[in-house]
Design a protein around this ligand. Structure first.
Ligand SMILES: CC(C)(COP(=O)(O)OP(=O)(O)OC[C@H]1O[C@@H](n2cnc3c(N)ncnc32)[C@H](O)[C@@H]1OP(=O)(O)O)[C@@H](O)C(=O)NCCC(=O)NCCS
Ligand SMILES: [Zn+2]
Length: 246
C-alpha cells in the first residue's frame, strides 16, 4: 500500500506494460472522453499505447482505492497556458483522490507511476535515430548540457540525448508544466552519471525534487521524478497480469 509518514521514504510504484496487451475489453474501463480520444488516434499503434496506458492507470488507482476502475475519475489540469479545453497532467479525483499518477508511452513501452500525496513524473523515450539531433539538442539542452553531450563518444550521443530528455521531461511532468515549462529551464547532470537536478529556474522550480533513472530495457531511456526531498522507496512491477485479469 502507498502510505508513508513524514520521516520515511516516499513509496512510489512504477508499472510497465506493452501496447500489444491492448484488448477491446480494456476500452470498457475508459470513460467517454478517453474513448473519444482513443477513437481520434489515427495509428493503431498509438491507439494501443493509449488504451493500455489509460486502462492500467485506472486499474492501479482502483486497486489502491478499493473501487471499480470505471469509478476512477481524472481531472486534467494545466496552469501553464491559456487553452480552455481540459488538458494537462491527470490527477485522480473521486474515490482515488489523494493518489498521484504519471502516464508515459513510447514505442513498445507503456508506464504508469503511482504515489500518494507526492506529485510524480514518469517519462520513457525510445532511442530513435534522429537526423537532426543537433537541432533537438539546441531545443532541449542548456549550453552546459550540450557541451557535456558533445564531449561523449559519437556512438553514445543519441542514447545520451534521450537520457537527458527523459530526465528533464520527467521533472516537467512531475510539476505538471510539461513542455510548456521549458526543457532548458531545468538542468540535470550528464547521462554517464547518476541522475541529479543541478538547477531549476524560477518561477516553476518546486521546493523539493528527487530524480532517478529507470531501466526500461535496451533501446529505451526512462526517468522518474517526485516532488519530495527523497529518498524514494521505489518498486517496479509488470502490469501484464493486472491488464489480463480484466
Ligand atoms: C504531454 C507531454 C507532457 C509529454 O509528452 P510525451 O513525452 O510526448 O508523452 P508521454 O507519453 O511521456 O506522456 C504523455 C502523457 O503525459 C500526461 N500529460 C499530459 N500533459 C501533462 C502535463 N502537463 N504534465 C504531466 N503529464 C502530462 C498525459 O497522461 C499523457 O498521456 P495521454 O496522452 O495518453 O493522455 C508533452 O508532450 C507536453 O507538454 N505537451 C504539451 C505541449 C503543448 O501542447 N503545450 C501547450 C498547451 S500546455
Ligand atoms: Zn496548457
Amino acid at each position: 500500500m502507498l502510505s508513508s509518514s513524514a520521516s520515511s521514504p516516499v513509496p512510489c510504484a512504477v508499472w510497465w506494460a506493452a501496447p500489444a496487451l491492448a484488448t477491446p475489453a480494456l476500452l470498457d474501463i475508459l470513460d467517454t472522453d478517453e474513448r473519444a480520444r482513443h477513437g481520434r488516434l489515427r495509428q493503431s499503434s498509438d491507439r494501443d499505447r493509449y488504451a493500455v496506458a489509460h486502462a492500467l492507470a485506472r486499474l492501479l488507482c482502483a486497486q489502491e482505492s478499493g473501487c471499480d476502475p470505471r469509478e476512477v475519475t481524472f481531472a486534467l489540469h494545466c496552469g501553464y497556458c491559456t487553452r480552455t479545453d481540459p488538458h494537462g497532467k491527470p490527477r485522480p479525483t473521486g474515490p482515488s483522490e489523494g493518489l498521484e499518477i504519471s502516464i508515459t508511452h513510447s514505442g513498445e513501452r507503456v508506464g504508469v507511476a503511482l504515489s500518494r500525496g507526492v506529485p510524480v513524473g514518469l517519462d520513457v523515450e525510445a532511442i530513435k535515430p534522429t537526423r537532426d539531433l543537433d537541432g533537438l539538442a539546441d531545443y532541449a539542452l542548456t549550453a552546459a548540457e550540450r557541451a557535456t553531450l558533445d564531449a561523449r563518444p559519437e556512438a553514445e550521443r543519441a542514447a545520451g540525448f534521450f537520457s537527458y530528455w527523459s530526465r528533464k521531461e520527467a521533472l516537467l511532468k512531475a510539476t505538471g508544466a510539461g513542455l510548456s515549462g521549458g526543457l532548458t529551464s531545468v538542468a540535470v547532470n550528464g547521462p554517464h552519471e547518476d541522475a541529479a537536478v543541478l538547477h531549476w529556474d524560477p518561477p516553476n522550480a518546486p521546493a523539493a525534487v528527487c530524480l532517478t533513472d529507470l531501466d526500461a530495457g535496451a533501446g529505451y531511456r526512462a526517468a522518474l521524478a517526485a516532488l519530495a526531498p527523497g529518498p524514494l522507496a521505489l518498486t517496479v512491477h509488470d502490469g501484464a497480469a493486472l491488464l489480463a485479469s480484466h
